[in-house]
Design a protein around this ligand. Structure first.
Ligand code: NAP
Length: 484
């Protein structure tokens, strides 16, 4: 497959929080990969900005260490590393004070695209937005990138949107949900709207139900304090799973343009029914042989925050009425596995008789590991044993299909940052989308607080609490296996 890397225009990208974990693990290694692929033109600048005092040279050393840790060794050739480090600058700046702002202004060039990545705590977003303007650094063409969490409820999300809106137009704000940058997620749109094959079947008449699973093996240790205030509902469902649901369920946009796509996603969120208490199972992991319990990880034996959630959702519109969407996500589960499974209905009549068994087409879209898609189709079992049917996978793993070394196979963050530079907001959340998602989420969370609802316990390394299996069993369905 021929690699086609289209360079972006030269830019100045400032990463507020350039010394932080996200910058080290994701943003800087991602930018390096894009540089190495030839997508970042010479003359661009990447400016790390944080309170710590560093010279350019000291920060370059830090970036080099981060690349050595987070980029595959075979991609770290000396020439590319040296070229990339040449673009790196550092400004010691205080988001809440006066230090560093005039120095930053000197770095930002009028004739280059200028973008500012807010990779800092959300409590600093307002200060950064205000100071970018009061110091004459931002103008109408400036782009800002904001990280999750975008609020912790509708009220705080509205307040955050209002603060950013005081200084920036919606067209300048890029709210990151890195799930939207995954190759498979975008391929979902290509699959649905670039082929005639699936869309006619993509509705309640042919789809029995849809499952979205985001399973993690890690616990919350290390970020327990943050996680315990948020839980799986706020940390995963309100943003990542909701975005996946939107892309699966939305109507075809008239064009692949930011507002056309985001208008359709918003309609899906607005069509979600409130979720009945019986349609939600929350869980909390217990201690394992070598792992601590959730309570130990967050150092609070009374915590009622969920590390697992499973739920059944209904979308009240013509396309989906009657087809449930089952969502589940959790920590310390059996395997790291994220996928969407579209389970089609049985054929209306089996000409093969009862002994042929029950066979269903399932389209599985894998987000991790092995990004790709599998379509389960039913065929005759080979051999002379009569007309016996079996299910076989039509499998496409992107790394195989596109070539694992193809520089166009990018990771989510690097793709999204390049979209910011191109000025394409399609894969970023609009303010009203985020607010609609919180408006749907808030009453569910409030109900848990009101009723003193407690999560069910589950074993680490399992598929979550037994009660979550019941969500589907009671309707004669079953979760797809989380495979270790
Ligand atoms: P982090 O490791 O705590 O880094 C925070 C950064 O902010 C540091 O570079 C810190 O440097 C800088 N900072 C703090 N106060 C500042 C101030 N007053 N002025 C200027 N800089 C300041 O946090 P992180 O994990 O990178 O996360 C950054 C953001 O991304 C957060 O909103 C987080 O929720 C979000 N996020 C992170 C991840 C992840 O995997 N890490 C994933 C999703 C979302 P100094 O102390 O030197 O100032």
């Amino acid at each position: 497959m021929v690699s086609r890397v289209i360079p972006v225009d030269p830019f100045d990208l400032t990463i507020f929080g350039g010394t932080g974990d996200l910058a080290r693990r994701k943003i800087l290694p991602g930018l390096f990969r894009r540089f190495r692929a030839g997508q970042i033109p010479e003359g661009s600048q990447i400016i790390g900005a944080a309170r710590t005092d560093h010279t350019d040279a000291e920060f370059r050393d830090e970036v080099k260490t981060a690349l050595e840790e987070f980029v595959d060794a075979d991609k770290l050739d000396d020439n590319s590393v040296a070229g990339f480090l040449e673009m790196i600058r550092y400004v010691s700046i205080d988001a809440k004070g006066t230090k560093g702002w005039s120095e930053l202004k000197e770095h930002i060039r009028d004739d280059h695209i200028s973008a500012f990545y807010f990779s800092v705590a959300p409590s600093l977003f307002g200060d950064l937005a205000e100071r970018l303007h009061s110091n004459g650094i931002a103008d109408d063409s400036t782009r800002i990138v904001v990280e999750k969490p975008f609020g912790r409820d509708l009220e705080s999300a509205k307040a955050l949107n209002a603060t950013l809106a005081e200084h920036f137009d919606e067209t300048q704000i890029y709210r990151i949900d890195h799930y939207l940058g995954k190759e498979t997620v975008q391929n979902l749109m290509a699959l649905r709207f670039g082929n005639v094959l699936f869309e006619p079947l993509w509705n309640a008449q042919y789809v029995d139900h849809i499952q979205i699973t985001v399973a993690e093996t890690v616990g919350v240790g290390g970020r327990g304090e943050y996680y315990d205030k948020s839980g799986a509902m706020r940390d995963m469902v309100q943003n990542h799973l909701m975005q996946l649901l939107c892309l699966i369920a939305m109507e075809p946009p008239s064009q692949f343009e930011p507002d056309s796509v985001r208008d359709e996603k918003l309609k899906v969120i607005r069509a979600l029914d409130p979720v009945a208490p019986d349609d939600i199972v929350r869980g909390q992991y217990e201690a394992g042989k070598n792992t601590d319990s959730y309570h130990a990880d967050v150092e609070d034996d009374e915590s009622r925050t969920e590390s697992f959630i499973a739920m059944k959702l209904n979308i009240s519109n013509w396309r989906w009425a009657g087809t449930p969407f089952y969502l589940r996500t959790g920590k310390r589960l059996k395997a790291r596995q994220s996928e969407i499974a579209v389970v089609f209905k049985d054929a209306p009549h089996s000409i093969f008789g009862a002994e042929a068994g029950r066979h269903r087409n399932i389209l599985t879209i894998r987000l991790q590991p092995n990004e790709g898609m599998t379509l389960g189709v039913t065929i005759k079992e080979p051999g002379p044993g009569g007309m016996r049917l079996i299910d076989v996978p039509l499998d496409m793993t992107f790394a195989d299909a596109l070539g694992a070394d193809n520089d166009n196979v990018t990771e989510a963050y690097e793709r999204l940052v390049m979209d910011v530079i191109r000025g394409n907001q399609t894969l970023f959340m609009r303010g009203d989308e985020v607010e609609a998602a919180w408006a749907w989420t808030d009453p569910i969370i409030e109900r848990w607080q009101d009723k003193g609802d407690k999560p069910c316990a589950y074993d680490p390394g399992s598929a979550g609490p037994e009660e979550s299996a019941m969500l589907l069993h009671r309707e004669n369905r079953r979760w797809r296996e989380i495979k270790a």
